[in-house]
Design a protein around this ligand. Sequence first.
Ligand code: ZN
Length: 359
Amino acid sequence: MTTTIPKRKPLVIAGQKIRRGETRDLFLNFSESFTGISVAVPVRVIAAKRPGPTVFLTGTIHGDELNGLGIIRSLLMSNTLPLKRGTVIAVPVVNVFGLENVSRYLPDRRDLNRCFPGSPTGSLSARLADTIFREVVLKSDFGVDFHTAAIGRTNFPNIRGDLKDPKVRELAQAFGSGFIVNGRGPAGSMRGEAVRAGVPTVILEAGETWKIEPGILELGVRGALNVLKHYDMLAGEPDLPPSQWLVEKTTWIRAQRGGVLTYHVAPGEQVNKGQILATNLDVFGQELNRIHAPRKGIVMGMTTMPVVKPGDAIFHLAITPKTLVHDASAKELSPADPQLMRRIRRHLATNIQVSKAAV
Ligand SMILES: [Zn+2]
């Protein structure tokens, strides 16, 4: 599909003019270390000879989320980006301080993804948000931001976006993740503010912190390539799943008792109302309680910590997803491309003990 792109001024990033046909590595200075040395976000800009859309790809806004870094780096390494037209702005690591400090947050203890669009005279986080928003987001026509679950949890891959906006909807479907969760995102999130500023943006939520997971890497690279193909920036047909499922509602299932869990389902599995999802045992192996599914749905996310206290979130359940795109040959709720999805499920559950529930 070809989208009409308004004529825009020549692209200038970090004060550098990007010429058509050029690939440039640039550094966006946004702060200084305690020793007064500049701290910068590394950015690669790939501009095709022909004009076309500008798309940004961002990772590691949360400093402990590495799948996005892996996906974007893999794209840049793969020689699969001979762009036909347009420009890609690739930012594998946005939160440079968070990554260096082994933390989701910035040194001022703020969550960067609640600080957009930022301010040039605000806090450290607000200044980084402002730099990224002005230099990357506002210079793009659309974008994909890569995330993982928060620490101690994992997410089955899903694209999230505000589907009320038809351009966001088109972008979400073009990625081809299998599951699309509808929602505007939290206040101050980059994707929410980008959409408000007229730059359609979606996020991929996939996997867990501190890992570059092979199945997620494969799905993320394929999704980014699909987007570039969809907007006619790359040659070739998008590799789309036979069905995509729309999730309008999700619910958290929380622990009622403290204890040690044995799981009976893995991320991405379909569950029925009343099904036993986990058994909670005490440290001596005495059963305390069982965790049941309140509704039919798909396990979109779950804790990877076997120990819980009352109130801890255990499962994030997507309630009765509806088909968005559906191939008649696809089984009900069976996720797209079963082979990749099966592999992802296996990888995501490697450090989780999943066994059959006792009858
Ligand atoms: Zn995140």
